[in-house]
Write a protein that binds this ligand. Structure first.
Ligand SMILES: *Cc1c(COP(=O)(O)O)cnc(C)c1O
Length: 261
């Protein structure tokens, strides 16, 4: 069973306690894995931690440090609760050239990381994580995550100040928001097309970058994800102003003036 601690599209979080209960229930005894690529690191923040209650009951958790822990690309991690099972899955009888013998430098107590993954040759990705934690500390990193979440809330308020032109489509409780430009009386397909164009024009303008997302298989959304410690609320004001400017220009084009019959 896989639960998600923050979906890519909207930042929605599964009921991890409920899933953990279901997995533990006799005779299920299911392996409970959590995809925490985005959200797991938000446990750094005491304010955000309760959103992910139940994560600690997972049999395995995968998460990315290059997303919300601000570590340079790329650095993914997986934790497996049962260390022996983990090792016995990947470990092979030691090759003689690995130097794992009684007489050699590496004792058999020494951890060989290749016993825990598919890789033998591997880079020391942990260094940048360790440096990040040493330089900023968990508390500060948690504060920046809270700031990003607050900025999404701020942008939602900005959207709500323009109800005839903008609408929120979906949001979880973290740093991701799906929204779109709207017009009364416009057909769904045309509105999707307008928003698709808008997204490209925004990217082309260099003002900001929102990614495309489809909700309920038919609704085109612009997806905003804030995970930068330098983002300021004035950046969001500016982004909204430019977005409206571009959208108001676009909707003048004849292809977008088709009114629903
Ligand atoms: C980014 C992401 C992934 C993929 O992670 P990679 O490190 O790119 O392999 C998986 N699940 C979610 C929820 C993600 O956001």
């Amino acid at each position: 069973m896989v639960g998600t601690a923050g979906t890519t599209g909207t930042g929605a979080i599964d009921d991890l306690q409920g899933l953990a209960d279901l997995c533990a229930l006799n005779p299920n005894d299911l392996w409970f894995h959590v995809d925490g690529a985005i959200g797991a690191v938000a446990r750094c923040s005491t304010r955000l931690r309760p959103l992910f209650a139940g994560l600690e009951r997972a049999d395995s958790v995968a998460f990315d440090l290059h997303k919300w822990l601000f570590v340079p690309y790329e650095c993914g991690c997986i934790l497996v609760r049962d260390g022996e099972m983990h090792r016995s899955t990947f470990a092979q009888p030691p090759a003689s050239y690995m130097g794992r013998t009684e007489e050699n430098i590496a004792s058999h107590e020494e951890i060989l990381f290749s016993d825990y993954t598919l890789e033998l040759s591997r880079g020391m990705k942990s260094l940048k994580v360790w440096m990040t934690l040493k330089a900023y500390g968990i508390e500060k990193l948690g504060q920046i995550m809270e700031q990003n979440v607050d900025q999404i809330q701020y942008f939602i308020e900005l959207i709500q100040q323009h109800p005839t032109e903008l609408e929120v489509l979906a949001t979880g409780s973290i740093n991701i928001l799906c929204f779109r430009y709207r017009l009364d009386g416009i057909a769904t397909d045309t509105l999707n097309k307008l928003n698709g164009q808008l997204l490209l024009y925004i990217a082309g303008s260099g003002v900001g970058f929102v990614s495309p997302y489809t909700i309920n298989s038919d609704t085109f959304a612009m997806r905003m994800c804030i995970m930068n410690h330098r983002t300021k609320s004035s950046d969001l004001d500016f982004f909204l102003e430019k977005l409206l400017e571009i959208a108001r220009g676009l909707r003048q084009m004849p292809e977008f003036s088709i009114v629903k019959s």
